[in-house]
Design a protein around this ligand. Sequence first.
Ligand SMILES: [Zn+2]
Length: 90
Amino acid sequence: MVRAPARCGTRAGYNAHRRRGEAACEACQEAVNKYMRGPTNLARRRARGRALSRLALIHPDLYAALYSEELTKEGVEFPRPWRRKESGRR
Ligand SMILES: [Zn+2]
C-alpha cells in the first residue's frame, strides 16, 4: 500500500519537505509556525521541562554529564555548579 503524499499546508507536509531535503513552502512553514505557537505545543514544552527537572533530581550525575556533553556540542561551557554560600549557621 502506498501512502498518499502529505498535503501542503500541514505539519506532515512540512516534514515531507524536510525529508526531501528542501525548504518548506510558505503554507507548510505557516502550519508549523502556528503549531509551535499553539497551546498544545506550549503545554508539551512546559511538561517536558518539568519532567527533565524531576529526572535531573533523580539522576543528578547522569543529567550533569549529558547536559555538559550537549553544551560542548553547542560550543558553550558547562556552568559552574551552584553552591550554597558558606555561612556561620549550621
Ligand atoms: Zn508544502
